[in-house]
Design a protein around this ligand. Structure first.
Ligand code: UD1
Ligand code: CA
Length: 457
């Protein structure tokens, strides 16, 4: 951390009219996480002394969506500008160290960039700036002949010459806290927008002889803000591409780094391969040698080493054992735990069930609230009838059982070790071990029977 106390103020009171959404702008999701939470999580990497969020539009919705014991809140109503926003936080701020101002709608600034900005501001004020070929809309950094920063001028207040300046204010700055109250108190709203501009404190710092320095991010995308769904979608792609690059650098093989979406944490062992169109949500862990086919969705899933998942699978809150063979079109719902070398084929749905090593359900089955032993074979069309309309009941299938195709197991019911169910069995009582149980009516053949014929008239 920096060598003096750092407190952070995140401005998140703006309305975001151009999002055309009932959801407040700072809560719009990027990679499945609210914009402002990206900022908060980055700040947590810095381990600062104080974290304060200025909120207003969206009010309590913003606060309750982001709240956490390490966050202080200041409400800004009405919103009279960025300087006014920081002034609302003043009663909760200390007059020591640096105050880092961030925006709740600028989600991708890296912690290392913020560290650099804090370093640059150690003896005074520092501003994160970038040079843009097209600086339109931004505040411009005005320097003197010697290159020293003099002030920031907003586009709407700028002269034609000032509008030629390419170096823009990202809005992110570090301010010596002991001057905050004084400088904010001197702001006026006599400008083109009738707002209290935080940017005006730069000229006040210069007047007080406080050094003003600038720092730059590694990438322009780090300082891009979100004002519209177009910008939100653009930043989503930037962010996803960064995640894909990190995976590639870490040794993961991606069929196409432009066609993967990670909305959470994806951690991969060595020699993992991920085909196109996969979405990873929450915490997903892929052990060594896992292969994921195209268009799979995995949410909070652990996949054991060497497992192979074919196309179009949907897994949520599930654990897959090593060397599992799954899909295509398999669905694992919450509470599924599969042992080693379990096979789950197309159109098989499993919920809240444990299936032990080397068991197979290869086609068209529903397994819910079940406990299945090792080396069990579940025939096509097997259904655990776990729900009686009011309560859920468990099905137990012991090791080495064989469930014939198109069987219904009406829970609660147990199939004993090594038992066989004949195809089409509706099991309503326990099936004893090592025996054949079959419930279907005996097959009969009626000889001399003739098909009906169409009547003539
Ligand atoms: C601001 C800067 C400008 C900079 C640009 C970068 C000022 C005066 N101008 O302009 O130099 O180039 O950001 O994007 O600071 N907010 C509040 N309360 C308010 C007003 C704003 O919380 O009363 C929040 C907004 O939610 C937003 C941020 O502050 O997150 C910036 O506000 P915005 O109105 O977008 O500032 P700009 O006019 O773009
Ligand atoms: Ca803006």
């Amino acid at each position: 951390m920096a060598d003096m106390p750092v407190q952070v103020v995140i401005l998140a009171a703006g309305q975001g009219k151009r999002m055309y959404s009932n959801l407040p702008k700072v809560l719009q999701p990027l990679a499945g996480k609210p914009l402002a939470r990206h900022v908060i999580d980055t700040v947590r990497e810095l381990a600062v002394d104080k974290l304060l969020v200025v909120y207003g539009h969206g009010g309590e919705a913003v606060r309750s969506a982001l709240d956490s014991s390490d966050i202080l809140w200041a409400r800004q109503t009405p919103q009279l500008g960025t300087g006014h926003a920081v002034a609302q936080a003043l009663p909760l701020l200390d007059a020591a160290g640096q105050t880092l101002v961030l925006y709740g709608d600028v989600p991708l600034t890296k912690a290392s960039t913020l560290m650099r900005l804090l370093q640059a501001g150690k003896e005074g004020l520092s501003i994160l700036t970038v040079n843009l070929p097209d600086p339109g809309g931004y505040g411009r950094i005005v320097r003197d002949a010697a290159g020293k920063v003099q002030r920031i001028v907003e586009e709407k207040d700028a002269s034609p010459e000032e509008r030629q300046i390419r170096e823009i204010n990202t809005g992110i700055m570090s301010i010596p806290s002991r001057h905050l109250a004084d400088w904010l108190g001197k702001l006026s709203n006599k400008n083109a927008q009738g707002e209290y501009y935080l940017t005006d404190i730069v000229a006040l710092a210069v007047a007080d002889g406080i050094p003003v320095r600038t720092a730059q991010p590694d990438g322009e995308w780090e300082v891009l803000g979100v004002n519209s769904k177009v910008q939100l979608a653009e930043l989503e792609r930037v962010h996803q591409r960064n995640i894909a690059d990190t995976l590639l650098v870490g040794g993961v093989r991606l069929a196409d780094p432009a066609r993967i979406d990670v909305r959470g944490e994806l951690s991969c062992g060595s020699d993992v391969f991920i085909d196109v169109g996969c979405v990873f949500e929450g915490d997903v862990v892929l052990a060594d040698g896992v292969e994921i086919g195209p268009y799979c969705v995995l949410k909070n899933v652990k996949v054991g080493a060497g497992a192979r998942i074919a196309a179009f699978c949907h897994f949520e809150d599930a654990v897959i054992g090593p060397a599992g063979v799954l899909g295509p079109y398999a669905r694992l719902r919450p509470g599924t735990e599969l042992g080693a070398e379990v096979h789950v084929g197309n159109f098989v749905e499993i919920k809240n069930s444990k299936i032990a090593a080397q068991s197979k359900a290869n086609h068209l089955a529903y397994i819910g609230d079940a406990e299945i032993g090792q080396r069990v074979n579940i025939g096509a069309g097997t259904i655990t009838c776990n729900y009686d309309g009011a309560n859920k009941h468990r099905t137990v299938i012991e090791d080495d059982a064989f469930i014939g195709s198109d069987s219904q197991l009406v829970a609660p019911v147990t199939v004993g070790r090594g038992a066989t169910l004949g195809a089409g069995t509706t099991l309503t009582k326990n099936a004893p071990p090592n025996a054949l149980t079959v419930s279907r009516a005996k097959q009969v053949t009626l000889s001399g029977w003739e098909r009906p014929k169409k009547a003539k008239n």
